[in-house]
Design a protein around this ligand. Structure first.
Ligand code: ADP
Ligand code: ZN
Length: 615
């Protein structure tokens, strides 16, 4: 039975006509007092799953979130909707916290955001015990996972919520969803009894694209200039240095880029984050310290210029693109050195063998994604236990690479590696190895007498580039390792012997020939053009929104999303009641902004626009 109260809140407060797939059953389950574990991809609409029940149920919805730097924006966005929201975290002064506590006790708050470390203090627990709580929402619940990429030790303490408040429903939400993570969340948060809701993890509007790295900065610049001119986006790098260098490089090339990493100092970080959220077309160059909880809807691309450590993290990072449902790009450049570097980092990492094995398995899955010739999205979703057909919107679907039988090539390379490895104490890189295979008589080759090896010149049939591809894939598949004890030289593994003995066929990936520059055809889907009149109205509404957002000190999308302004520009409502039917216009926003929007629209006589155009 549909809960009328939930639908009423959805329409009146949020201005949305219907629940999205999955939302309704979650909302009703929580309203009825049930615990829930919700797994939904970024952008699917998790927030409503606890916000609506919090408004329907008696008392305050307490939201536990690790995202202190974003709480102000979250509260501002709710305030714009007419929801009474507040937060308690360490950015507040004493008086500010006192005011919130008082409002909480007097029942003047609907939603209270709390940082986990704050929630676990005696003071906070005592406060909550004196008030009335509608539900606990545990956002970014994967932070409880110790294997995961966002582990927060404070999250482990949250199992106490169940003990202290056994009758208050708890809803844990996350966008990461492997079975392991899901089990860990259920166990660590004492949500074993909770109903699990798993949505489809597909994000069809994101185009996945993985390229071979050669001159990565140039490749990145080409992507930004040719496909994402003026767009907001995120560029992920592994190290702080690389963040700084890449941001500087992009700026020098006329791109509005800002750096973000943990070494920058809190003030600068929050300033850069705030500019990214508030201004149009900023490119954030960042380590993975950036991005969790960023709900900017119009991030048009996410680029990785270093290999991510796991598919789980990668999917979450790329999911930050295109939350508005419009076309967006996820681009990753990856090469030989990434594999070597990541394997070394794992070898050198602190932690026991089990931990290193786990990291190794995560990396293998990531490499499998990079080297696959099948649909990327199929592969990604398979990782989360979900099945789809070929997507038609990834590089492999759009320009299928070829598979070729690389067994013989691999045998040649493996025997060359074996010969070089036997000369322990010498360290030869990939370049030298390939020179030998291709029969290039370089000074180094002569000096070591490597032109006398039986493998010298056996590989003239493949280009240097192709050989690098073979080596990269051998490393990716664990058929070659970098032997740390043997001076970092390349070495065989147990499984490489199977290939050498011809017991295993090795199918390798060969890149499709791509026209220089442009990587794939530019995404155009789902971006219906507005007619001239609507376009002019849309621009005018955006200008209006920018003014309002500035004067309220909030990001523009907190006032209205682009999608809502587009719908208004198309529908050209001439009354408040007509305007109220546009998706995203709730009661409070209608009251605050309805009249100025109608005035703005009335100033647009379509006839005028047409005249202006023909003139
Ligand atoms: P998540 O937290 O899952 O990443 P959000 O809760 O931020 O996603 O929602 C993503 C976007 O979808 C937001 O802009 C939200 O307003 C919008 N949205 C959510 N539910 C609905 C709905 N039922 N109808 C229309 N838009 C919705
Ligand atoms: Zn595909």
């Amino acid at each position: 039975m549909a809960d009328q109260r939930a639908l009423e809140v959805l329409q009146r407060v949020f201005g949305y006509e219907t629940f999205r797939a999955g939302q309704q059953s979650i909302v009703e389950h929580v309203i009825a007092g049930g615990d829930a574990l919700v797994l939904m991809p970024t952008g699917a609409g998790k927030s409503l799953c606890y916000q609506v029940p919090a408004l329907v149920r008696d008392g305050v919805g307490v939201v536990v979130s690790p995202l202190i730097a974003l709480m102000q924006d979250q509260v501002d966005a709710l305030t714009e909707l007419g929801v009474r929201a507040a937060f308690l975290n360490s950015t507040q002064d004493w008086q500010g916290a006192r005011d919130v506590e008082r409002a909480f006790l007097q029942g003047e708050i609907d939603l209270l955001y709390v940082a986990p470390e704050r929630l676990l203090t005696d003071r906070c627990i005592q406060l909550l015990e004196r008030g009335r709580i509608a539900l606990f929402a545990i956002d970014e619940a994967h932070c409880v996972s110790q294997w995961g990429h966002d582990f927060r030790p404070e999250y482990l303490g949250l199992s106490m919520l169940h003990e202290r408040w056994p009758d208050v429903p708890r809803i844990a939400l996350t966008a990461t969803a492997t079975d392991t993570t899901r089990r860990e969340i259920a166990e660590r948060l004492a949500l074993g009894e909770a109903r699990q809701f798993v949505a489809s993890f597909d994000r069809p509007n994101i185009r996945y694209h993985i390229v071979e790295k050669n001159d990565v900065r140039r490749q990145l610049l080409t992507l930004l200039q040719q496909e994402h001119d003026g767009d907001a986006g995120i560029v992920y790098c592994l190290s702080r240095n690389k963040v700084e260098e890449t941001a500087a490089f992009l700026c020098a090339n006329g791109i509005d880029a800002l750096p973000y990493h943990a070494g920058l100092g809190a003030a600068l970080r929050s300033q850069n984050q705030s500019r990214f959220l508030r201004e149009d077309g900023i490119v954030m160059v960042a380590t993975i310290a950036f991005g969790m909880g960023i709900d900017k809807p119009d991030v048009r691309f996410v680029a990785h210029i270093d290999l991510p450590k796991s598919v789980e993290g990668y999917y979450q990072e790329t999911g930050r693109a295109g939350r508005d449902g419009l076309p967006a790009t996820a681009w990753l450049a990856y090469g030989l050195s990434d594999v070597v570097q990541q394997r070394r980092m794992i070898d050198e990492s602190a932690g026991d063998d089990a931990f290193r094995r786990q990291l190794g398995a995560q990396l293998d899955a990531m490499l499998g994604l990079c080297e696959t010739i099948a649909c990327r999205r199929q592969r990604l979703l398979q990782y989360f236990g979900q099945t789809i057909g070929p997507c038609g919107n990834c590089d492999n679907c759009l320009q299928p690479p070829q598979a070729w039988d690389g067994t013989v090539a691999a045998q040649k390379m493996l025997s060359a590696i074996y010969r070089l490895w036997k000369e322990r104490g010498q360290r030869y890189g990939a370049g030298h190895l390939i020179d030998i295979l291709r029969g290039k008589l370089t000074p180094r080759v002569s000096e070591h007498g490597h032109d006398t090896l039986s493998v010298f010149g056996v590989g003239t049939d493949l280009s240097e580039q192709a050989w690098r591809g073979v080596l990269r894939q051998l490393l990716a598949y664990g058929l070659v390792i970098v032997d740390q004890e043997g001076y970092g030289t390349l070495a065989l593994t147990n499984s490489s012997r199977e290939v050498l003995r011809g017991e295993r066929t090795l199918m390798l990936r060969r890149e499709a020939d791509r026209p220089a520059g442009r990587s794939t055809p530019k995404s155009r889907a789902a971006d219906p053009a507005l007619d001239a009149g609507a376009q002019a109205a849309f621009e005018s509404l955006r200008a209006w929104r920018a003014e309002v957002a500035r004067s309220h000190g909030v990001p523009a999308y907190v006032i209205f999303h682009d999608a809502t302004l587009r719908d208004i520009a198309i529908a050209r409502p001439d009354s408040l009641s007509a305007l109220s039917h546009v998706s995203g216009v709730g009661a409070k926003k209608l009251e605050s902004y309805g009249r100025s929007i109608l005035e703005r629209i009335a100033a647009f006589d379509p006839g005028d626009v047409q005249l202006g155009q023909t003139a």
